[in-house]
Each structure stands twice: as C-alpha cells, then as structure tokens.
Design a protein around this ligand. Structure first.
Ligand SMILES: Cc1cc2nc3c(=O)[nH]c(=O)nc-3n(C[C@H](O)[C@H](O)[C@H](O)COP(=O)(O)OP(=O)(O)OC[C@H]3O[C@@H](n4cnc5c(N)ncnc54)[C@H](O)[C@@H]3O)c2cc1C
Length: 318
C-alpha cells in the first residue's frame, strides 16, 4: 500500500486504522503475521464507502469477526482486514411481537445470546461457547449439537464489493455444512433472526447445558480455532485422527489436542507453519489408515513467511 492509499484509507475509515497490525491479537490461534492495515467500520455508510475504494485501488480485503475460525500464515496479510463495530455490533428488536431481532454482524455470540435471553428469545442457545461474531457464524453456518445458525436466519443485509446494500430473504440463501453461498467480497452487515418466545430461566438452563457439554469434551483452556477439519459423511474427523494415532502429536508450539483430536492447540511461540505441518500430518495419516481425505473447516489466509513480495498481492485465499 503506498503513502497516498494509506492517507486515503485513514480518511475513509475516520482514523480507525491500524497499520502493520499483528494478527496474533485478532485470531484465537494467536499466531500469524501482520496485516498491512486493519480498519474498523462503524456503520453501513462506512462499509459502502470503503469496499468500492479498495476494489478500485486493487487492494485485497478480508472481513473478520473474532478470527476464531481463521489461520493466518506467518507472512501476514497484504491488504486490508476489516472489523465491524459500532452500529454494526448492536442488537435491536424487529417485529411487533418481539420474536424477531436484528443483530449487527460484528456483535459477539456472547452478546447475541445475552440480548436474546433478556428478551425471552430462545433458539440460538446451541451457539453458547462459540467465540465468534454473528457475521462470522453466519458466513460459516456455525453449528453445534445438531443445529445450525442458518436455520434461524430470516434475512441478511449485505454490502457487495460495489458498495451496494442488498436485503436477502432466507428463501434466497443457500446454507450448507459450514458454508453460506455468497458473492465473493460481499460483507454481511446485519442479520435478522426469527426466534421462539420462552421464559428466561429455561433459556439460561439450555445455555449452561451447552457450555457444560463443551467443557467436558473440548480443550477450552488453550488457544485453538475449534474443529480444524470438517466431519466426513457418517464419521468424525476427530475419531479418524485419533485412530491414526495422532492424539497428543506436537510440532513446534502446536499440538493435536489429547482431549479432542480435531482441535489443534497452541502455546506461546507457536507459528502458523507448525499448525500447517500438523494439518498435513493428520491428512496424510488419515488417508493412509482410513482412505479418507480430510477437508479443512478452518480458513487459511495470508502469505507464507518466505513468499516474495511480487507474488503476495495475488491472493487472500478465500
Ligand atoms: C473453542 C472453539 C470452539 C468452537 N466451536 C465451534 C462449534 O461448535 N461450531 C462451529 O460451527 N464453529 C465453532 N468454532 C469455530 C468458530 O468459532 C466459528 O466458525 C465462528 O462462527 C467464527 O466466527 P468469527 O466471527 O470468529 O469468524 P472469523 O473466524 O473471523 O471468520 C470466519 C470466516 O467468516 C468470514 N466472515 C467473518 N465475518 C464476516 C462478515 N461480516 N461478512 C462476511 N464474511 C465474514 C471471514 O472472512 C472468514 O472467512 C469454534 C472455535 C473455537 C476457538
């Protein structure tokens, strides 16, 4: 990014720009290099201004939530990382009977569930313990305990790369296992959910039940990005990795959890390269022992540490 672009970015983002921003602070794996710039967008107008600017200037961009499903390579991100906050992280009641809410994509899942509980709205409790945002959860069609967020979405407000806002009803959305079909470069700004009315006590019980089940099976005390691989049809990636004998396997500062083999956990000093090496090892071992190709659930973005600058602008690999 050249000095003119840096100055223009500061102006467009109202000063809320951090240059050379460490992605270790923005991802739950706590690894990865720096992004050229990280911009905080506070409202729809901000988004509608910045996206066409970045497209026009040929600057790659990536919107993130809490980075809880992201592995940023050690060379960092050439381009702009966009965070949503302010009006894009608030929650409002939408329908007269109160059963519909509108949530900003930057709202954390914790705050979404608190807002639902206070309004006596039930349905999304299965998300308890997922450390992401509404936008990240909808983009990933996050799910747990047999339910998925897509089933509760009534409509999305999206900003496309040209800066145009679209309201898309659920009948035109295609959710599938950990994905939502969306135009490349589009950003989810707000999400309307249709929920069930229920008393607060029963909602609290459901949330604590989900949290208890998570704590029993997941290594939540260590940095991770949750499940690394998608579950193959009729099987579990964790079971296959365990069967391949890789529970507890370490490379550098990363380890295949000995509690849940589909989690890779990290300690201080771990690199993205350590995690990628474990991913390769798990894939190869499962192919050898079960003949199954594991597919990634986490999204890998950014540059390897040793890529030369000319190639770097090519991809934000989403
Ligand atoms: C301990 C732990 C447990 C987890 N358990 C679960 C689980 O049970 N089920 C599950 O499904 N996941 C789970 N996850 C993974 C992760 O938390 C979810 O996928 C979460 O929904 C990602 O949200 P995020 O805001 O962190 O998204 P990020 O990781 O920041 O982004 C994920 C993807 O969404 C895109 N994205 C983010 N925001 C937007 C937006 N506004 N518009 C368009 N695209 C956007 C990003 O570009 C990226 O491609 C777990 C993770 C951890 C660390």
């Amino acid at each position: 990014m050249n000095p003119r672009q840096k100055a223009e970015l500061l102006q467009i983002a109202g000063g809320r720009v951090e240059f050379d921003s460490p992605m270790t602070r923005r991802t739950t794996f706590r690894v990865g290099g720096n992004a050229d710039a990280l911009c905080e967008m506070h409202d729809l107008e901000d988004l509608c201004r910045i996206l066409p600017y970045l497209v026009r200037e040929n600057i790659p961009y990536l919107v993130i939530g809490r980075g809880s499903n992201l592995l940023v390579r050690d060379g960092g991100i050439r381009g702009v990382v966009i965070l949503l906050s302010g009006a894009l992280s608030q929650i409002h009641s939408k329908s007269p009977d109160g059963s519909e809410i509108l949530a900003g994509a930057g709202l954390s899942i914790v705050d979404l569930l608190t807002g639902c509980r206070k309004r006596g709205l039930s349905g999304l409790e299965f998300l308890a313990g997922i450390p992401g945002t509404v936008g990240g959860a909808v983009a990933m069609n996050a799910g747990a305990f047999g339910d998925e967020i897509g089933a509760w979405v009534r409509e999305l407000r999206l900003v496309d790369p040209r800066g145009e806002v679209h309201v898309i009803h659920r009948s035109r959305l295609t959710f599938s296992y950990r994905t939502l079909d969306m135009e490349k470069g589009a950003v989810i700004a707000q999400v309307a959910f249709r929920m069930n009315l229920e008393n607060e006590k029963s909602i609290v019980e459901k949330i604590s039940g989900c949290l208890k089940r998570r704590k029993a099976s997941q290594p939540l005390e260590y940095p991770s990005a949750g499940s690394v691989f998608r579950n193959p049809v009729n099987d579990y990636a964790g079971r296959l990795i365990e069967q391949a004998g890789l529970k507890g396997k370490c490379i550098g500062g990363a380890m295949i959890s000995d509690r849940h083999a589909n989690f890779i956990i990290t300690q201080a000093g771990a690199s993205a390269a350590d995690i990628l090496a474990l991913i390769d090892e798990a894939r190869n071992a499962v192919m050898k022992t079960a003949g199954i190709t594991l597919k990634l659930e986490i999204r890998v973005v950014g540059d390897p540490a040793d890529l030369d600058t000319a190639e770097r602008w090519d991809d934000l690999s989403l």
